[in-house]
Ligand binder design. Structure first.
Ligand code: ATP
Length: 204
């Protein structure tokens, strides 16, 4: 079986990655979501679960055994070293599972949605980096509404992500999300044709 061509989809908080991933899915493209994998990996019995218990101590799990995610976030939020240590345990598990899933698909190419692709050295796992980009003010407003939170909260998350300039400099392809959804549909359709062609020539 041919190796599927891998497109890494990334972008800052609220930029429109999930929306774009959904449009690729509608085109029949396999989408692998790193956030979903990260959540699944820390469910009781999964490989990340034991690692997180060892890291934080058993009290981080509630009576039902499920991890207290809010508490986990609080514990690492103001402690960058602790956050980094936790990520150094979980990120390799996520990339490992991404590889497992790619090995099971038989489509010509796949979209791997990885919000922190550039922050975690994920470029080596993909053939092409696709960034969703919009003005930072749009990003902030969309995220505030979606998450029902405030500006400071969104800004503090943005501060942990690469800058817009760096993301754009690293991207092979860029989707502009500064108009309505039909503009996204059009860009996704164009890229889908290009990626199918790239996948076909990569496998010749
Ligand atoms: P995160 O990384 O925070 O999960 P994301 O990059 O996946 O965010 P989305 O969830 O796709 O971003 O979009 C953020 C919000 O903005 C959603 O509520 C989405 O419906 C909305 N949105 C995305 N694109 C547009 C657009 N072009 N016009 C209006 N709203 C949009």
């Amino acid at each position: 079986m041919n190796r599927p061509f891998r497109v890494g989809l990334t972008g800052g908080i609220g930029s429109g990655k999930t929306t774009v991933a959904g449009l690729f899915h509608q085109q029949g493209v396999t989408v692998i979501d790193a956030d979903d994998i990260a959540h699944e990996l820390v469910e009781p019995g999964q490989p990340g679960y034991k690692a997180v218990l060892e890291f934080f101590g058993r009290d981080i799990a509630g009576a039902s055994g499920t991890l207290d995610r809010k508490r986990m976030r609080q514990l690492v939020f103001s402690d960058p070293e602790k956050k980094q240590a936790l990520e150094s345990i979980l990120h390799p598990l996520v990339y490992n599972e991404i590889e497992n899933r790619i090995a099971t698909i038989d489509s010509a190419y796949c979209i791997i949605a990885i919000p922190l692709l550039l922050e975690t050295g994920g470029e080596r796992h993909v053939d092409r980096v696709l960034a969703v980009d919009c003005d930072e003010e749009d990003q902030i407003q969309r995220a505030i509404i979606r998450d029902n939170t405030d500006r400071d909260d969104i800004m503090s998350i943005m501060a942990t992500q690469v800058t817009r300039e760096r993301r754009l400099a690293k991207a092979d392809d860029i989707i502009r999300n500064d108009r309505d959804i039909s503009y996204l549909v059009q860009q996704v359709a164009d890229l889908d044709s290009r990626y199918r062609a790239m996948a076909a020539s990569a496998n010749q």
